[in-house]
Ligand binder design. Structure first.
Ligand SMILES: Cc1cc2nc3c(=O)[nH]c(=O)nc-3n(C[C@H](O)[C@H](O)[C@H](O)COP(=O)(O)OP(=O)(O)OC[C@H]3O[C@@H](n4cnc5c(N)ncnc54)[C@H](O)[C@@H]3O)c2cc1C
Length: 547
């Protein structure tokens, strides 16, 4: 256990995991150019980007009476959290499982936030019937989405590890409790911040102990059997770094979030949630403009004054919230010259996470009728997560991990009509591997689709038969970059090793510019994005002296 940690690191880490807890989980007229000294403002807050982080920020700010303008480059809001239709199938672009609580269950904050934003009554959350099935050579285990069921399944297979399984549960619970105790730290300043941070080693000991540890350290602390370690750390595939590199805190907090608070999905796809936020912003007098890329943020004397959009319009506001990656914010929208060198050096020294690739599939058979009950299956060629990760990075998808999500088993008829099924396959990838759009790209993409289908057919042999596949469509880091504008098509922000868990704060060097995105201290994922938005909104409201 480390005895000391710098206050800055502490603040950042606590900020990140506070949010993880919660995770667990009119168009303005064209304006004339503003003079640098203009005090006239059209909006209180402009939000650049309509992913879930930006939408959540917008709804919270509008709920507090601020006049919001949200600009989204795509023709619909949602960013990753969206849907697309391929008759007769409906695909959720991203969401498989959401942690963080829902109606009628323990709620560490996410559902409360939906209520505060007035979005809860516009969406229906439902619990998924299973957590995951994990397949390794010699191991095939299904894990329910509650602690009792989860522990029972593990103990039945590894009875000699019962004590370690209980210890893992205790550590997850304690980590979450610790985080809840310091959940408002990101808002503190001065003496209050200093004293809260100084007490963390004594008051939040589990959080403190695992702050600098890896997922491998955690597994070694709890278990001896390598297969058991592999099954419990399986969600490394969700969090974006192999087990020896990945921070232990993600698994500790997220597992408690899923198993104590439920494994959730959104009725009608994650687009319903995104659209509900947009609707709420407009209900409260705000403006949501789609097909509106923001090209510039104007700065005067270290303060943002407004934005330009691609169609040549200019809008002014007292605050800007960026739902973009920090590289776009610094290099394109604001301009590197406005930033302190230290901030840019930090950004350049940080390692972004990798992107994803995968396949959306519509099948002309009913998988449930054929005996498949699973919703989420992880297929692993071995327990060596570094080897799997490296294989995926070099495009050797057959030797990587593949997630098979059977959406038509979720319990929502939206995905596929009776007699048909909808499945997605997901794996990791990095932008460098992908040629520019063109023939070479199409060839590499076609091979990726074939490779993932070959791996997935180990769990669902029907996927090897092209006669059953009515629709197949691959996605790559280039696809994700096009729809989110995130550097490298990254969906998770920064690589989640212990050195980088602080990510970057929601604040920027500029007093009226905030970031709400996957790249900031509230972790990544559908739940966290909403927390990130709330945090950015909260910081604006604190500056405004509003509750
Ligand atoms: C295939 C896949 C599967 C996933 N599965 C899960 C899952 O099961 N569970 C889970 O919790 N999470 C999952 N995620 C992750 C989750 O979807 C994301 O973490 C989350 O939605 C990110 O939200 P965000 O708002 O921070 O960023 P984004 O969704 O990236 O949104 C950024 C938005 O800003 C817009 N934008 C950027 N620049 C500009 C500009 N200059 N002008 C105007 N607009 C701009 C973009 O168009 C985009 O709409 C998955 C993601 C993918 C891709």
């Amino acid at each position: 256990m480390k005895e000391t940690a710098s206050p800055r690191r502490f603040l950042a880490v606590v900020g990140l995991f506070l949010s993880l807890v919660l995770l667990l989980w009119g168009c303005g007229a064209v304006k004339p150019a503003v003079s640098p000294t203009a005090v006239h403002t059209d909006f209180d807050v402009i939000i650049v980007g309509g992913g879930l982080s930006g939408l959540s920020a917008g709804a919270h700010l509008a709920s507090s009476g601020l006049k919001v303008l949200l600009c989204e480059q795509h023709d619909k809001v949602g960013g990753c959290a969206t849907r697309f239709d391929r008759e007769p199938f409906v695909f959720d672009s991203a969401l498989h499982q959401m942690a963080g609580g829902g109606p009628g269950k323990k709620d560490r904050g996410l559902y409360q936030l939906l209520k505060v934003a007035g979005v809860d009554r516009k969406v229906e959350l439902y619990e998924l019937p299973h957590f995951y099935r994990s397949l390794f050579p010699g191991v095939d285990i299904r894990l329910p989405g509650d602690w009792d069921g989860f522990k029972k399944a593990l103990k039945a297979k590894w009875p000699e590890e019962s004590e370690g399984i209980e210890k893992f549960h205790r550590l997850c619970e304690n980590t979450m409790n610790d985080i809840m105790e310091i959940k408002d730290l990101f808002r503190y300043t001065g003496f209050k911040k200093f004293t809260t941070m100084a007490m963390v080693p004594f008051r939040q000991p589990t959080f403190f102990k695992y702050m600098d540890k890896t997922l491998k350290d955690l597994m070694d602390d709890c278990f001896t059997d390598e297969n058991l370690k592999a099954v419990v750390s399986q969600l490394w595939v969700y969090y974006g770094a192999p087990v020896p590199d990945q921070t232990a805190l993600l698994t500790l907090a997220a597992t408690e979030g899923f198993l104590a608070d439920g494994v959730w999905h959104i009725k009608g796809t994650s687009q319903e949630l995104s659209s509900a936020y947009a609707e709420r912003i407009e209900e409260l007098g705000g403006t949501v403009m789609t097909s509106t890329p923001v090209t510039k943020i104007h700065m005067v004397n270290g303060m943002a004054t407004g934005i330009d959009t691609e169609d040549g319009s200019r809008y002014t506001a007292r605050y800007i919230v960026a739902n973009t990656d920090p590289y776009q914010l610094a290099y394109k929208l604001i301009g590197k010259e406005h930033f302190p060198e230290k901030y840019i050096r930090k950004l350049e020294g940080m390692k972004p996470a990798n992107s994803l690739c995968g396949v959306y599939l519509g099948l002309n058979i009913d998988l449930r009728k054929r005996g498949y009950d699973d919703t989420e299956i992880f297929i692993n060629p071995s327990t060596d997560t570094v080897a799997m990760y490296d294989a995926m990075m070099r495009g050797d998808f057959e030797n990587g991990a593949v997630v098979v999500s059977i959406y038509s088993n979720f319990g929502d008829p939206v995905y596929a009509p009776p007699g048909k099924s909808l499945v997605t396959l997901t794996s990791y990838s990095k932008m460098d591997y992908w040629p520019e759009y063109g023939e070479a790209y199409d060839r590499v993409k076609g091979k990726m689709v074939d490779d993932l289908l070959a791996v997935a057919s180990k769990a669902v042999p029907e996927l090897a038969d092209p006669n059953f596949i009515e629709h197949r469509e691959g996605f790559t880091p280039r696809t994700l970059k096009r729809y989110t504008m995130n550097k490298g098509g990254v969906v998770y922000g920064f690589y989640m090793n212990p050195e980088q868990i602080e990510k970057i704060p929601n604040t920027t060097p500029f007093p009226n510019v905030f970031i709400a995105s996957n790249w900031t201290q509230a972790w990544h994922g559908v739940g966290s994005a909403q927390i990130n938005g709330w945090r950015a909104a909260r910081l604006v409201l604190d500056r405004e002296g509003r509750e």
